[in-house]
Design a protein around this ligand. Structure first.
Ligand code: NAD
Length: 440
């Protein structure tokens, strides 16, 4: 299943470092050329990638394009249209204490050789979107796809060398041994997306070389539903955000927090929304995905007993199918509330109101995303001011991560650093301080 590169990790990094030292990756036109080639890969080989995503996760072609292929194309287009502007040196106010002729500015330097480690849930997007930023910033890149999405990993390992400069971009496939070997090398930045346990391993390994890291992690992202909102709209948006990719989305609403009366009305609204999206038998719905492997399937089915089933609840191990499921009467201490769910199970937890909801969030790890469904400016403002999360979404789950002008990343247990658009340039560059004092 794994296809370790025949080249040793030290040799891969040395080869890429030699390329970087020639300066080849730095000129603007060379960066844009590589981005255009990556764009061509996505448009010409989109069907190959979509087939691989279907094999790995049962993703429909529509979903594969929307959340992985076209998503990355949009990120490339956003970057191509603005890169020259972003890279322009930025003047600082004249440093008058050094004389009237002194000038100061900042400029971006590429870091060198960057390692990108991707997870299995959006295995193309989460390898390629960081790659876009790393290339746009002028780096050489070692890209490590997830072994848990083997078809996508193989497709990327085959296609990226067809389109990109193989002396500046290397794909290394494999699992723990291969990644461990890579992490033993000196990189100039490590960009990791996945879980916090491995995030700690990555950060420890990077510390040996004083290599900076970006950690794009996960956690339980809450959705607070205020009283008095249109629950059909809320249920539709919650269900779309939760059950996309069968719930295996880092920013999926993990659980709902609401008061008991709103919960009672939200339950049938969610049941209607699930049926409207996936029909009465989601197993036969081509738009509904599958669980990545048996280990996650067994973990998730073990969580189904944590509450009263409002809708869904059935599963089929042979197909790695778990129905879109809503659980009510969920105890905050039950298993489903003790870990990131990362699957198609949406628990509803009741609180007395806003104060308790804010305390509930603040008593737990800082989430990657926090969603608020409220018409009250006061409620919206209080949640923004009194909680901390990687991103905050009013009214629409997931969507903030599709806005390339916004930084995407976590805080605390949900990660450190961010990327997308110009924030990728910040992440994959060094902002160099320059002072110029003329000699005469
Ligand atoms: P995963 O198992 O595919 O692991 C991610 C990467 O880590 C893989 O490339 C894998 O080979 C590597 N890896 C695994 N064990 C390792 C080890 N011991 N040493 C070195 N490398 C190792 O994916 P996952 O961690 O199961 O992904 C799910 C998690 O990722 C969830 O918590 C989810 O919320 C989070 N996530 C976050 C984002 C984000 O953008 N913030 C996006 C997607 C997923």
């Amino acid at each position: 299943m794994n296809h370790p590169s025949p080249e040793q990790p030290a040799d891969v990094v040395a080869r890429l470092r030699a390329t970087f030292r020639t300066g080849r990756t730095k000129p603007l036109d060379r960066r844009t050329d590589q981005l255009r080639r990556l764009r061509a890969l996505l448009t010409e080989k989109g069907p190959d990638l979509a087939a691989a995503l279907h094999a790995d996760l049962g993703k429909s072609a529509t979903e594969a394009h929307r959340t992985e292929i076209d998503f990355t194309v949009r990120e490339i287009d956003h970057t191509l249209a603005r890169l020259a502007d972003w890279l322009r040196p930025e003047p600082a106010p004249d440093p008058a204490h050094l004389g009237a002729d002194a000038r100061a500015w900042t400029q971006y330097d590429p870091l060198g050789v960057v390692l990108v480690i991707a997870p299995w849930n959006y295995p193309a997007q989460l390898l390629l979107a960081p790659l876009v930023g790393a290339l746009a910033a002028g780096n050489a890149v070692v890209a490590k796809p997830s072994e848990l999405a083997p078809a996508t990993s193989a497709a990327l390992a085959r296609l990226l060398p067809e389109y990109l400069d193989t002396d500046a971009v290397a794909v290394v496939e494999g699992g723990v041994p291969e990644t461990t070997a890579l992490l033993g090398q000196r990189f100039d930045h490590v960009f990791y997306t996945g879980n916090g346990t491995v995030g700690r391993i990555v950060m420890r390994a990077a510390a040996e070389h004083l290599t900076p890291v970006t950690l794009e992690l996960g956690g339980k992202s809450p959705a607070f539903v205020d009283r008095g909102v249109d629950l059909d709209v809320v249920a539709d948006r919650l269900a779309r955000g939760k059950f996309l990719n069968a719930g295996q989305t880092c920013v999926a609403p993990d659980y709902v927090l609401t008061d008991p009366a709103t919960a009672a009305a939200l339950e049938p609204a969610l049941a209607r929304a699930v049926e409207a999206l996936y029909g009465s038998d989601p197993r036969t719905c081509g738009e509904y995905g599958r669980i990545v492997d048996e280990r996650h399937f067994d973990r998730l089915t073990g969580l189904l007993g944590s509450g009263r089933v409002v809708v869904g609840g059935d599963s089929d191990r042979a197909q790695k199918f778990i129905a879109p499921t809503v659980l009510a009467d969920v105890d905050p201490e039950s298993p489903v509330m003790r870990e990131e769910i990362f699957g198609p199970i949406l628990p509803i937890v009741t609180v007395s109101g806003l104060d308790e909801a804010i305390d509930f969030v603040n008593d737990r790890d800082k989430p990657l995303a926090l969603y608020v469904f409220s018409e009250s400016d006061g409620t919206r403002a209080r949640i923004a001011a009194e909680t901390s999360s990687g991103g905050l979404g009013y009214g629409l789950p997931l969507a903030h991560l599709t806005v390339s002008d916004l930084p995407f990343g976590g805080v605390g247990e949900s990660g450190m650093g961010s990327y997308h658009g110009r924030y990728s340039i910040e992440t994959f560059s060094h902002r160099k301080a320059v002072l110029d004092k003329p000699l005469s």
